[in-house]
Design a protein around this ligand. Structure first.
Ligand code: NAD
Ligand code: MG
Length: 387
């Protein structure tokens, strides 16, 4: 039995991970779960999965959790340290990293450092600390298992390939709810418009990132670290049906893709059963019912976040840290209706400009990432007055 710890168990990926575990109960045991503030759902998960360790990253909910579990024999941890302690517990074999935002970096890094197998959904971890994460992966001779559907597709297409034969990676993007919207419509968009994703049901932050296409930008940086390719060998294609999850092009011109229904349980399951496959009852792709598959190039003028992410990735060092933090703050401001939708890229661009002036750090340490992240958030807050 493999014992898993799920970071962000109450989120969209966390809940789907537990659904997959339901089908793998003969091989996987739920050992530890973390949540940020959703104590109710965490309590339900405790009843169903009987984990031995819990971590609540926002300690505000701790009294409620402890009261409800006063007769429970497991361990309850809290705060950022609690997440690290949970994933580095000597009993844990596999960590599913599914918290949202850069908050996932410290525990994910700690898990890899402790030699754990990691299934990674939390892309912000690679955006902010890709060099540190990949150092640990190499040091422990691990395979970092991608959960993000595009990266799982590339990972699957690459199986059995000689990396010397790889020319480029093509990440597909649905284009989100504003794929065909005008710039005027996007300037006026409200949170409920941006949250209406046409093909995927996901957490709030990534849904807004999909609408700005920052999600694809974060994924380009994620792919750079996971597969070790320069940015000019990572392309993005719009593909509204979300059936072709990504492609690789080989040096002889052959193109390989992974296709499937838009169901995150597939890449989650493959990350948990890798390198094996296991039959499941999930719905199957019916290509005849889909009928058409369309592809076109993204439009940077309506989706400047994608361009900003490429720029941040190419600059490297601490620039993606600043970009990611600015984006996390701008998405929060937008959801609070304090800024317009197109102010998200404006704030990101402004913070990146300030960071460029102040000097970008090469190969930032964890401490310096935490510092730049906090600095960028305060600059983004100031930016509220300017947009
Ligand atoms: P979500 O908002 O549904 O869930 C987030 C989880 O993280 C929750 O369990 C929450 O309690 C926890 N969390 C929130 N703030 C936290 C903090 N400060 N510290 C620790 N934990 C915290 O998000 P999601 O859609 O499940 O996405 C999780 C991650 O997976 C993101 O990085 C996202 O980009 C990535 N991802 C999601 C999908 C998807 O389909 N949802 C697909 C690919 C990648
Ligand atoms: Mg994705």
């Amino acid at each position: 039995m493999k014992k898993i710890a799920v970071l962000g168990a109450t989120g969209s990926i966390g809940r789907q991970t537990l659904e997959v575990v339901d089908l793998l109960r003969d091989e996987i045991e739920v050992y530890a779960l973390s949540a940020h503030s959703n104590v109710e759902l965490l309590l339900e998960q405790v009843k169903t999965y009987q984990p031995q360790v819990l971590a609540l990253s926002d300690p505000a909910g701790l009294p409620k959790l402890k009261t409800a579990l006063s007769n429970w024999s497991g361990r309850i941890l809290s705060g950022k340290k609690g997440l690290v302690e949970m994933v580095t517990d000597s009993e844990v074999d596999v960590v599913v990293s599914a918290a949202v935002g850069v908050a996932g970096l410290l525990p994910t890094h700690a898990a890899l450092k402790a030699g754990k197998q990691v299934a990674l959904a939390n892309k912000e971890t690679l955006v902010a600390g890709g060099h540190l994460i990949m150092d640990e992966v190499r040091r422990h001779d691990q395979t970092l298992l991608p959960v993000d559907s595009e990266h799982s597709a590339v990972f699957q297409a690459l199986l059995g390939q000689d990396l010397l034969g790889l020319d480029k990676i093509i990440l597909t993007a649905s284009g989100g709810p504003f794929r065909q919207a005008s710039l005027e419509q996007m300037e006026a968009a409200l949170p409920q418009d941006a949250l209406a994703h046409p093909t995927w049901a996901m957490g709030g932050k990534i849904t807004i990132d999909s609408a700005t296409m920052m999600n694809k930008g974060l994924e380009v940086i994620e792919a750079h670290w996971l597969f070790g390719l320069d940015y000019d060998r990572i392309e993005v294609l719009l593909h509204p049906q979300s059936v072709v999850h990504s492609l690789i092009e080989l040096i002889d011109g052959s193109v390989l893709a992974q296709l499937g229904p838009a169901d995150m349980r597939l890449p989650i399951q493959f990350a948990l059963t890798y390198p094996r496959r296991k039959k499941n009852p999930f719905s199957r792709l019916d290509l005849a019912a889909v009928g058409e598959l369309n592809f076109c190039r993204p439009d940077y003028s309506r989706f400047p976040c994608l361009k900003l992410a490429y720029e941040a990735g190419k600059i490297g060092g601490s620039m993606p840290v600043a970009m990611n933090a600015a984006n996390e703050e701008a998405v929060r401001f937008f959801l609070q209706e304090r800024i317009g939708f197109m102010d998200i890229p404006r704030i990101v661009e402004m913070v990146m400009g300030e960071h460029d002036k102040n000097g970008v750090a090469a190969n930032p340490s964890l401490e310096s990432i935490v510092f730049v992240d906090g600095w960028a958030r305060s600059v983004a807050e100031e930016g509220l007055k300017k947009v």
